[in-house]
Design a protein around this ligand. Structure first.
Ligand code: SAH
Length: 485
């Protein structure tokens, strides 16, 4: 068994390497820094032990010896251990000491390099470290002295190299660094760009000059770039449509990922507040199993949610059990869930609501039968409409939703957010139940007319409604409702 020293990248979870995600997915133990991004920790199996160590600025810190001993101990116990470190594990991260301790103890280890903040943070700030005609090198230096005191670096010599200077951990010592680079011959007018909390929704870029660096309004953690390239402004991240916005995602935990991802790609910060969870039907699934056993006797099986697909399909031996029965899906998300099980929906309506499905449904032949596995509480429009059209309809409870109990921090973050997204009526009701009306952010965005109607009935004002009732449609509507700052 192995201890993996894994670079987590600078913050944006998309900057974890594929190898890093692989080893996290089968970790027994994750030893992480206090500031690690929560969504990366979720890549580890739910049962994995998660141990928070390391420094918090001006707060408690775990001595390095103890971290080394912990890694050796868990490694010797035969566990798969991931030591998750910000950026790259071998760049100002004491990965060298951890690897040496493991080597000395005879514990197998592997290093999974990460995207270092030295390179990625300037990139997200729109500052290229090299550019033709402006810099032929970049030098990465710690302002902290790396255990040797702030003066350990020969800054005057660094000034003489002539390329870009990238300073990590340099906020506190920036005055001294600036003085010594000036003494080394750099001009006071040399451009400086400092990027705080780079690659994260909180990212903030400060632009100044070497002469102004000491007085610049800067806080840790920041990467400071000094040199002609810092005069370039290729900003893109801070210009994403939802940059600087905080958006609440209310989908059940196992379904939140796809929406969170889309929002983050638009630059938003996300607050996950699952307000409902999916649980077994009241009868433990007996009726669903019975229906699944005779699925081939229906003319149509109609799915109105990916959750119903997830509950129903595992009850079939394989897709041949459908026999001659055709399959309908209410929208692309449900059709996608079917497709992942290699079942292609025969019918997906143009409008992804019950009415749309009803309209698209063919007329029945005599005795035609429809199976509708779905949530315990759901609208009657579809079964009643189908019956009205002459179909015989069996509605079978596939799952129930029930309100969750979110952590107080998540509730507080949700209340302070700019917007909340709802992808179902039950999530609206769940939100009001767990968070209350007072914790509804100013902008409410809904996936479609049914969800919007529920929200309005419960006293909310819906500012954004998806034209196309999909996650992409929802994000588009949100972008329209939240003008760029
Ligand atoms: N191993 C890490 C560096 C750890 S030292 C890496 O390769 O990136 C910690 C310093 O890294 C901070 O003081 C800051 O200078 C920089 N840093 C790390 N993440 C950062 C971020 N998201 N934004 C700005 N600076 C960051």
């Amino acid at each position: 068994m192995t201890v993996y020293l894994v670079g987590a990248g600078p913050g944006d979870p998309g900057l974890l390497t594929v190898r890093g995600a692989e080893v996290l997915a089968r970790a027994d133990v994750v030893v992480h820094d206090r500031l690690s991004v929560a969504s990366l920790l979720e890549l580890a199996p739910p049962a994995a032990e998660r141990i928070s160590v390391g420094k918090t600025p001006r707060g408690p810190s775990t001595p390095q010896d103890e971290i080394n001993a912990l890694l050796v101990d868990r490694g010797r116990a035969g566990l798969e251990v991931v030591r998750l470190k910000g950026g790259d594990p071998f760049v100002f991260a004491r990965g060298a000491e951890e690897a040496a301790a493991l080597a000395a103890a005879g514990v197998a280890f592997e290093v999974v390099p990460g995207v270092t903040s030295a390179v990625a943070v300037p990139a997200y700030g729109g500052v290229p470290l090299t550019a033709r005609g402006l810099a032929t090198s970049f030098t990465v230096v710690t302002g902290h002295g790396d255990g040797l005191g702030a003066t350990a670096t020969d800054w005057e010599a660094v000034a003489g190299v002539g390329g870009t200077i990238v300073v990590l951990m340099g906020v506190a010592t920036r005055g001294e660094i600036a003085d010594r680079l000036l003494a080394g011959g750099l001009a006071a007018s040399t451009p400086v760009a400092a990027v705080r909390w780079g690659t994260r929704p909180e990212q903030h870029t400060v632009r100044t000059t070497l002469g102004g660096l000491a007085e610049a309004d800067l806080e840790s953690p920041a990467v400071i770039v000094i040199g002609e390239v810092a005069g370039l402004d290729l900003a893109w991240y801070e210009r994403l449509p939802l940059f600087g916005r905080s958006v609440v995602v209310t989908r059940p935990r196992h379904q939140a990922g796809a929406l969170v991802e889309r929002l983050q790609r638009m630059g938003a910060g996300t607050v996950e507040l699952p307000t409902i969870e999916i649980v077994d039907p009241a009868d433990g699934g007996a009726a669903l199993r019975a229906a699944a056993a005779v699925v081939g006797s229906y003319d149509w099986v109609t799915f109105t949610s990916a959750n119903a697909v997830a509950r129903f399909l595992p009850l079939l031996r394989d897709a041949r059990a459908f026999g001659a029965a055709k399959v309908a899906a209410i929208g692309p998300g449900t059709a996608q869930a079917l497709a992942e099980a290699r079942v292609v929906a025969d019918l997906v309506p143009e409008r992804f609501v019950g009415e749309g499905l009803l309209k698209a449904f063919p007329p029945p032949h005599p005795g035609g039968r429809v199976l509708l596995p779905r949530a315990a509480v759901a609208r009657d429009i579809l079964p009643e409409g189908l019956r009205g059209a002459g179909w015989e309809v069996d509605v079978v409870e596939a799952y129930r939703t029930r309100p969750t109990r979110p952590a107080p921090e998540a509730l507080a973050a949700a209340g302070a957010a700019d917007a909340v997204t709802f992808t179902s009526s039950s999530s609206v009701a769940g939100y009001l139940e767990v968070a209350g009306l007072a914790a509804v952010p100013p902008v409410v965005a809904s996936i479609g007319p049914v969800t919007s109607a529920t929200a309005r009935n419960l006293g909310l004002t819906v500012a954004a409604e998806a034209d196309v009732h999909t996650l992409d449609g929802l994000v588009d509507a949100l972008v329209r409702a939240l003008p760029p700052r």
